[in-house]
Design a protein around this ligand. Structure first.
Ligand code: C5P
Length: 280
């Protein structure tokens, strides 16, 4: 009964730019992703039979087809039936936070199944399955520091950013991603041109993460969830490099700091690409 335990790391976007609205209703993005040591744990076993079993520990989340981890197993086994997939998910990454928790769980299931399958689906098929599950899922097949265009699937792995301690801070309310995209103003929505992976890699190397932090979605997230604005103002008053994470509601601060009352905090650091599957 082969089994595997993999981490499902959280991500932050060091840069998140909106390039414009696409005909399919999605937005064209330019982003620099970074995985964090903060991670869920995903145990996957393949057993005789068929179907999918999912147990979720540590969060009140659905354990059926509404869960992206379940859907990832369904999508893999629909293309390549390898048996019954049993998943045990230990949640540590807060959800509704812009940290990619659900997307990372789904990608970890795909990475695990590709390793457990004696005749694994090729990487190109995994990437197609990943994008059908969600815009952030393809990045979690790559990890580390990466530049992305499109919905997030036109990925260019970048050299790992230097080791960096990060504090994640989250107000109690989450930010639903579709609502934040809907709240963008016409001016925020673009169109504007991409700078490309070479320019961002050079800036990151020259200025470090503090020198490139930017998120076009922050004003819209504040309109959707005003407590995010309070947290961003508090961080600005402290003078630390900080940013809204993805579409929120979590924010990141470079370095270590104690959160204000009522704000949950996690101390973590950048996770380099070589540690994508590392459980130690
Ligand atoms: O792909 P994902 O499921 O993460 O997207 C959630 C929602 O966020 C989409 O349905 C869409 O409304 C919005 N979105 C977008 N453009 C993107 C990514 C997400 O408009 N590039």
């Amino acid at each position: 009964m082969p089994g595997l335990v993999l981490p499902a790391p959280a991500k932050i976007n060091l840069v998140l730019e909106i390039l414009g609205r696409r005909d399919d209703g999605f937005h064209a993005l330019e982003t620099v992703f970074q995985t964090l040591e903060l991670a869920d744990e995903v145990a996957v076993e393949v057993r005789p039979g068929d179907g999918i079993g999912l147990v979720v520990e540590g969060a009140d989340l659905p354990a059926g087809p509404e869960n992206l981890a379940w859907r990832a197993a369904a999508a893999y086994t629909a293309r390549h039936p390898i048996g019954r997939v049993a998943i045990h998910l230990r949640k540590r990454v807060p959800h509704g936070a812009g940290l990619g928790g659900g997307s990372s769980d789904a990608a970890a299931v795909l990475r695990a199944l590709a390793r457990l399958d004696p005749d694994p689906l090729p990487a190109t098929d995994l990437a197609v399955i990943a994008l059908a599950l969600g815009s952030d899922v393809p990045f979690f097949l790559v990890g580390g520091t990466a530049h992305a265009l499109g919905r997030g699937e036109e990925l260019t792995p970048l050299p790992d950013a230097a080791d960096q301690v990060v504090t994640i801070l989250k107000p109690p309310a989450g930010c639903p991603t579709p609502a934040v995209f809907r709240a963008l103003s016409d001016a925020e929505r673009g169109p504007r041109a991409a700078r490309g992976p070479t320019a961002w890699a050079a800036d990151l190397a020259a200025r470090g993460p503090a020198g490139i932090l930017a998120n076009r979605m922050a004003p819209a997230a504040v309109r959707v969830e005003p407590t995010v604005g309070d947290l961003l103002s508090w961080l600005a008053d402290r003078g630390v490099p900080h940013l809204l994470s993805g579409s929120g509601s979590a924010c990141l601060a470079l370095g270590i700091l104690d959160p204000p009352p009522g704000i949950a905090a996690w101390r973590t650091r950048f996770r380099p690409r070589a540690r994508l599957d590392a459980t130690d």
